[in-house]
Design a protein around this ligand. Structure first.
Ligand code: ADP
Ligand code: G3P
Length: 500
């Protein structure tokens, strides 16, 4: 890499391959969006509870959104200092090492197809060891059982994996492989830490876990720091070779993009799901209250760890109001509809569409609506749907406070649903702390850009980033403690009734 020439370049390109879309954003030196491209991706539901995506679509939409972003700016590729990659995490792809062709569709993080395998491993008593080594819980959400589920499709596949003819990767790893035309099979620590195969304490693939999950070591990617050179793009994609110098899973990237650089700072991203992440510095905080210990990022030889509460259904509830119940036409209508009533009228909605994630980890629970009376209206249901997002967040923030022993002074927010002012106000009300919405909501992509730009020299040091973060609006809590706790007590009752 010609570092000095690249330092002079004008942009960092961030590629954000998410659950619902692939996005590409060019950021300038002030961390502002210079141009963007976005393409939707299609979820496939082959059987109840199972979710897949076509890996080729993830790749092609990444390429086409990149071209859109570059065209929007009219930038020449040589004006791009480096590329940062961020991705929906845990989603599992296996491809042929020689041809690059995926052997099946991607098994998406939301898929529950491996519930029986998780139950089998729990019955064998493996859960405490797995939890201790990985910081995670034994749940179909993570990659390990998805890998073995794919390999169990045929003995020939398993044999090819054992012979070293197949590669496993999360979405970052697959895109990196394609961008480098098959030259690099790698991932970063944050993505590795979501597989259930990564020993968080040792920072290495764990032989005992590989055996428990029946995953051949020969198919695993090399694991690198989140900020540093991963490889060069093949000239055929953008007309010249560009260095890929940052990779992180999307929630860790958003934490970095929100500049949660000091222990105790917390962000929440409101997308399809909701992911609350707290920086815990150099300490791995094992959770007693249903959260995950995970890698935050690794740079300059140092790993920063994090505590995370993963909530599976957030914006997905609003999509259901639109596509399932059809009581709104677009997600943003939810704000107006819910505002027509002053409270939930006693209605609570628990959106356990794919079970419950943090802090309950109940794969078998399914969604329910409680408290319906003859006076309940679609406005109440819509309000209860929005409330379910902030109430789930409160569950996680309570666990985080207990686990970390730190009181959380404020919540930094980002993601598509933060455009909803009522949602943000309710979030401040139920937590009793200020909610800070920054001007740039594309913090996931920004975090990937920061990781890449710090490695390429585009931004010489972390301190150069501090003037990029500007608040758009602060939502202060406005309700009494009594009101807050009565509201929350109703939710806890609804949750208890829903658990399997
Ligand atoms: N104004 C809004 N009010 C409530 N939810 C919204 C609003 N705008 C978008 N959403 C929800 O936010 C999600 C999209 O956010 P995004 O950050 O793009 O998600 P992802 O990264 O998971 O693809 C969708 O699930 C959508 O229902
Ligand atoms: O693509 P998103 O934004 O829905 O994020 C998905 C998470 O990474 C799943 O762990």
């Amino acid at each position: 890499m010609q570092k000095s020439a690249r330092k002079q370049a004008d942009f960092i390109l961030a590629l954000d391959q998410g659950t619902t879309s692939s996005r590409a954003i060019l950021f300038d030196r002030d961390g502002k969006v210079a141009g963007r491209g976005q393409e939707e991706v299609t979820p496939l539901f082959p059987s109840p509870g199972h979710v897949e995506q076509d890996p080729n679509q993830l790749w092609l939409t990444t390429l086409s959104s990149t071209r859109k972003a570059i065209d929007a700016v009219g930038a020449a590729p040589r004006e791009i200092s480096a590329i940062g990659l961020t991705n929906q995490r845990e989603t599992t792809i296996i491809w042929d090492r020689h041809t690059g062709v995926p052997v099946t569709n991607a098994v998406v993080w939301q898929s529950r197809i491996t519930s029986p395998e998780c139950a089998r491993l729990k019955a064998l008593g493996h859960e405490p060891l797995i939890r201790e080594k990985t910081g995670l819980v034994l749940d179909p959400y993570f990659s390990a059982t998805k890998i073995s589920w794919i390999l169990d499709q045929s003995p020939a596949l398993r044999q090819r994996a054992e012979n070293g003819d197949l590669c496993f990767g999360t979405v970052d790893s697959f895109l990196l492989w394609r961008l480098t035309a098959g030259q690099v099979h790698a991932t970063d620590v944050t993505n590795a830490s979501r597989t259930l195969l990564w020993n968080l304490h040792e920072g290495a693939w764990d032989q005992e876990l590989l055996k428990i999950f029946r995953v051949p070591q020969a198919m695993l990617p090399e694991v690198k720091p989140s900020s540093g050179l991963f490889g060069m793009t093949d000239r055929k994609w953008f007309g010249e070779e560009l260095p890929i110098t940052g990779i992180a899973g999307d929630q860790q990237a958003a934490t970095f993009g929100q500049q949660c650089f000091t222990p105790g700072l917390v962000k929440n991203t409101y997308g399809t799901g909701c992911f609350v992440v707290m920086n815990t510095g150099s300490s791995i905080v094992p959770s007693k209250y249903g959260l995950l210990a995970t890698a935050g990022w690794k740079m300059s030889g140092q790993t920063t760890f994090a505590l995370e509460g993963a909530i599976f259904a957030a914006g997905a509830v609003i999509q259901w109001l639109r596509d399932g119940l059809q009581i709104i036409q677009q997600a943003s209508d939810s704000e107006q509809l819910a505002s027509r009533v002053s409270d939930n009228g006693g209605v609570y909605l628990v959106p356990a569409f794919v079970g419950l994630g943090a802090p309950y980890w109940d794969a078998e629970a399914r969604g329910a609506i409680y408290g319906l009376t003859r006076g309940a209206t679609k406005e109440h249901v819509c309000r209860a749907a929005l409330e379910s997002i902030v109430l789930q967040t409160r569950d996680v923030v309570e666990s985080m406070t207990c686990d970390s022993g730190l009181s959380i002074p404020e919540l930094r927010v980002d993601g598509g649903a933060t455009a909803n002012n009522l949602l943000m106000q309710m979030q401040a009300d139920i937590l009793g702390i200020p909610v800070q919405r920054p001007q740039i909501l594309e913090t996931t992509a920004l975090g990937a850009a920061y990781l890449a730009g710090l490695a390429s020299g585009f931004w010489p040091q972390l301190a150069d980033l501090s003037h990029h973060w500007h608040v758009d609006r602060v939502f202060e809590p406005r309700i009494s403690v009594d009101h807050r706790e009565t509201w929350y007590a109703g939710w806890k009752k609804a949750i208890e009734r829903t658990r399997s």
